[in-house]
Design a binder for this molecule. Structure first.
Ligand code: ASP
Length: 318
C-alpha cells in the first residue's frame, strides 16, 4: 500500500489562457510524472526515491517553473531552489539560488547524503555540486521562450512576479497571459511507501525578475517542504513570502501532532483559515502516515496528480 501526490504549481490559471492543446500537454506531463513515481513505489521502492524520481522528471519538463523551465531573474539568469526531507529520520537537504545545475533536487539529495549540512546556497552550493560531479547545463538549456517573454514584461513593468506556464508550445500559447502578477509555478511530490515511511521534495525557479538573492519558501525546511513519519509529508507552492512567515508545511504537522487534527482538517485550517485572510495565495500537497492524501489550494488552480493508498488516481488543474 502506497500513496503519491505531486504538484506543478498553484496560482491564477485562467481557463481562457489555457488552450485545449496546452491543457492536454499539462495533463499528459502530470500523468507521466505520476507514472514515474508510481513505478518506483509499486516496485517496492522507498518514498524518498519516489519523490526524487517524480520531481527530477518535472524539473526536466519545460512546462513547469523548476529546473529546465525555471523563470528568469532580474539579471537574466536562473537561480534555482530545491529541498527534500525524509520522514523516517527527519534528514533533509536543500539548495538555494544555484545556477546551471540541471537537477537541483538531486543536488539537494547530495547535500543531505554527502555533506554535514542541510542548506547550501549560491556559489558555494555550485562548488559543492562540481565537487560531487552533479550535472550542469548551459544557459541555452534553461532558455524557454515564454519564460524569457515573461521576464521582459516583468522587467519593463518593474515588478517581481510568480509565473507558471510554458514556452515549449509557442504555437498554442495565448498572445498575452492574463493577470501576470499573480501566476505561480514550482513542482513537488510527497509519498508514503509500503513500509510506512514518508518523504517530500520541492523544486522551483522562484519568482520572475527576482533579485538580490531572493529565496522563497521552497528550500526552507518547515516552510515549503516537510516530512515526519509521525504526522505527514508536505510540499508547498504559492507566494513564498507568506509560506515562510506562516511556516506552512510545519504548521500542518503541528496541528496534527499537538491538536490531533486529521490531515484534511489541518490542511483546511492552514490553507484557508490562516492564509486566505492575509492574502497568502497558493496550495500544497500532503500525505499522512496512513496514506491519506490532501491537495488543498486557495488559488484559482493548482496543477496536481495523485494516487491514493486505495489505488485511486487523478489528474486535475482547477
Ligand atoms: N513558492 C515559490 C516561491 O515563492 C513559488 C511558487 O510556488 O510558484 O519561490
Amino acid at each position: 500500500m502506497f500513496s503519491l501526490a505531486l504538484h506543478g504549481g498553484a496560482g491564477t490559471i485562467a481557463r481562457t489562457a489555457l488552450t485545449p492543446q496546452l491543457e492536454a500537454a499539462y495533463r499528459a506531463a502530470l500523468t507521466d510524472a505520476l507514472a514515474v513515481g508510481t513505478a518506483v513505489l509499486g516496485g517496492g521502492g522507498a518514498a524518498l526515491d519516489a519523490v526524487m524520481a517524480t520531481v527530477s522528471h518535472l524539473e526536466d519538463c519545460p512546462l513547469f517553473n523548476a529546473g529546465r523551465g525555471a523563470v528568469f531573474t532580474h539579471d537574466g539568469t536562473h537561480e534555482l531552489d530545491a529541498a527534500l526531507m525524509t520522514g523516517a529520520d527527519r534528514r533533509a537537504g536543500a539548495v538555494a539560488g544555484v545556477t546551471g545545475v540541471r537537477n537541483p533536487i538531486q543536488l539537494a539529495r547530495l547535500v543531505m547524503e554527502r555533506s554535514e549540512h542541510v542548506l547550501l546556497a549560491g556559489v558555494g552550493a555550485e562548488a559543492f555540486a562540481r565537487a560531487q560531479g552533479a550535472a550542469f547545463a548551459g544557459p541555452d538549456y534553461f532558455h524557454v521562450a515564454l519564460r524569457h517573454q515573461q521576464w521582459l514584461e516583468a522587467k519593463a513593468a518593474g515588478r517581481v512576479q510568480l509565473d507558471h506556464g510554458s514556452g515549449s508550445l509557442p504555437a498554442s500559447l495565448p498572445a498575452s497571459l492574463p493577470d501576470p502578477a499573480r501566476k505561480m509555478g514550482t513542482v513537488g511530490a510527497v509519498a508514503r511507501d509500503q513500509y510506512g515511511h514518508l518523504a517530500a521534495a520541492t523544486s522551483t525557479g522562484g519568482m520572475t525578475n527576482k533579485r538580490w538573492g531572493r529565496v522563497g519558501d521552497t528550500p526552507l525546511i518547515g516552510a515549503g517542504t516537510w516530512a515526519d513519519d509521525a504526522t505527514c509529508a508536505v510540499s508547498c507552492t504559492g507566494h513564498g513570502e507568506f509560506f515562510i512567515r506562516y511556516a506552512v508545511a510545519y504548521d500542518i504537522a503541528c496541528l496534527m501532532e499537538y491538536r490531533g487534527l486529521s490531515l484534511a482538517e489541518a490542511c483546511r485550517v492552514v490553507v484557508h483559515d490562516k492564509l486566505v485572510p492575509v492574502g497568502g495565495e497558493g496550495g500544497l500537497i500532503a500525505v499522512d502516515a496512513l496514506g491519506n492524501v490532501a491537495l488543498p489550494f486557495n488559488s484559482e488552480g493548482m496543477y496536481r496528480a495523485w494516487r491514493t493508498a486505495a489505488g485511486e488516481e487523478g489528474v486535475a488543474i482547477y
